[in-house]
Design a protein around this ligand. Structure first.
Ligand code: PGA
Ligand code: ZN
Length: 425
């Protein structure tokens, strides 16, 4: 089956920034489309997005060069050739790019082609994407981590920590978990209103109130869980992504939005030990910076048996970085973001490596996202049981939830819901 057409376009992401859309067609008429997301609190080891840098357009954020690379160089090499296996296609794309971080053609251009290829081949095989990528075993629906309070680089408020999420794990199905999550979210909205706080939302669809402290965000969420009729810890737990890489500088952590106070790595470790004791935290992501490997090792040995410690920036969905983490006993889980590495097969390989080492995987959105639902299918394909797709608010976030609701419906009695067992500890 040959690739008959490859086209690309500059479209918008959820922050109104340009991003790449690709359409790939096969000679039997099957078609695959893909739009790629973009982060704000990006790790320094991520694959490189290609932006035009022309200040006259979108403040330099245009992606016309990446689009031109798809329509020009990549189309010239791929159109007319056998679509082949995903791995072969991704290998060709990497070879054509020729740089370690995909900076020449742009990881945004490469990933869009890689995903569009996966979709076109799935369509040609008449298979849903999750089954094309994950096989007949792909029947496990993930537990959604709903990011109900946004802070850090994702909101203009007083919170240093980026994501305060709820995990409705005690549910019979994904649909019921979403219902529980939205009920808690509704209670939280009411509580914030009662306290005269803003219910406007941040980049990932969670509320973005000006609170007195990061702890107050946790307290509000625990109250909201109670008010919705659920038990914190037993029915609905917490997941935090403080994204501390954004707080790091000169070997210390600065609470840059609230107090301006700086803490050492040891003080941050003490803070997390205390929080994990006091609050029902199931998952803690990027509790320390990607530059603080020694801190990560210490923290992992101190509380790695009590909580799922997820490496986002420190691993950047990169199998080599994860390998080092496994050897040095850093974290016990990895965040999987396809655009951190730039192809579908490298994303699958990284998740497979994590699983083989006993690490949990959580598939994730980016803060600048689109209506593309690839990560929903990916989470089911991996059977990893965890997904971060924002709060059930803002279309680019609900697109993922709705895709998962459709997958669960389509699987019918074959569908299984991951529940708490998907998490480490
Ligand atoms: P980002 O945030 O997409 O802005 O990097 C998401 C995350 O840190 O998990
Ligand atoms: Zn993160």
């Amino acid at each position: 089956m040959r690739i008959s057409r490859l086209d690309a376009l500059e479209v918008l992401d959820s922050r109104g920034n340009p991003t790449v859309e690709v359409c790939l067609q096969l000679e039997d008429g099957s078609e695959g489309q893909a739009l790629v997301p973009s982060g704000a609190s990006t790790g320094m080891h991520e694959a490189a997005e290609l932006r035009d840098g022309d200040p006259r357009r979108y403040g330099g954020k245009g992606v016309r060069k990446a689009v031109a690379n798809v329509r020009g160089e990549m189309a010239a090499v791929l159109v007319g050739t056998d679509a082949g296996e995903q791995r072969a296609l991704d290998g060709r794309l990497r070879e054509l790019d020729g740089t370690p971080h995909k900076s020449r053609l742009g990881a945004n251009a490469i990933l869009a082609v890689s995903i569009a290829h996966a979709r076109a081949v799935a369509a040609s095989r008449r298979l849903p994407l999750y089954r094309h990528l994950g096989g007949d075993e792909a029947t496990l629906l993930p537990v959604p981590c709903l990011n109900v309070i946004n802070g850090g680089r994702h909101a203009d408020n007083t919170l240093d920590f980026q994501e305060f999420a709820i995990v409705p794990h005690h549910a019979p199905s994904f649909a019921e978990a979403v219902r529980m999550g939205e009920e808690v979210s509704g209670s939280l909205r009411a509580l914030l209103r009662e306290h005269g706080l803003s219910t406007g939302v941040g980049d990932e669809g969670g509320f973005a109130p000006d609170l007195r402290s990061n702890e107050q965000a946790v307290e509000f969420i625990l109250k909201a869980i109670h008010r919705a009729g659920y038990r914190p810890g037993s029915d609905v737990s917490l997941a935090l992504d403080p994204a501390t890489g954004e707080m790091w500088g000169s070997g210390r952590y600065r609470f840059f939005k609230s107090s301006g106070i700086e803490r050492s790595s040891a003080a941050m470790i003490a803070l997390w030990e205390d929080w994990v004791q006091r609050y029902p935290i199931l998952m803690l992501e990027d509790p320390l910076s990607e530059h603080d490997w020694d801190g990560w090792t210490a923290l992992s040995s101190r509380i790695g048996d009590q909580v799922e410690l997820v490496g986002d920036d420190i691993f950047s969905t990169n199998a080599d970085r994860l390998k080092r983490g496994i050897l040095e006993r850093v974290a016990n889980a990895i965040l999987i973001k396809p655009n951190q590495i730039g192809t579908v097969s490298e994303t699958l390989d990284c998740a497979a490596q994590a699983k083989a080492a006993g690490y949990a995987c959580c598939v994730s959105q980016r803060s600048g996202d689109t209506e593309d639902t690839f990560i929903a299918d990916l989470a089911v394909a991996l059977g990893c049981g965890q997904i971060k797709a924002g709060a059930g608010c803002r279309g680019e976030r609900t697109a993922k939830f709705n895709r998962l609701l459709r997958i669960e419906h389509e699987l019918g009695e074959w569908a299984r819901f991951a529940g708490r067992a998907a998490f480490i500890r």
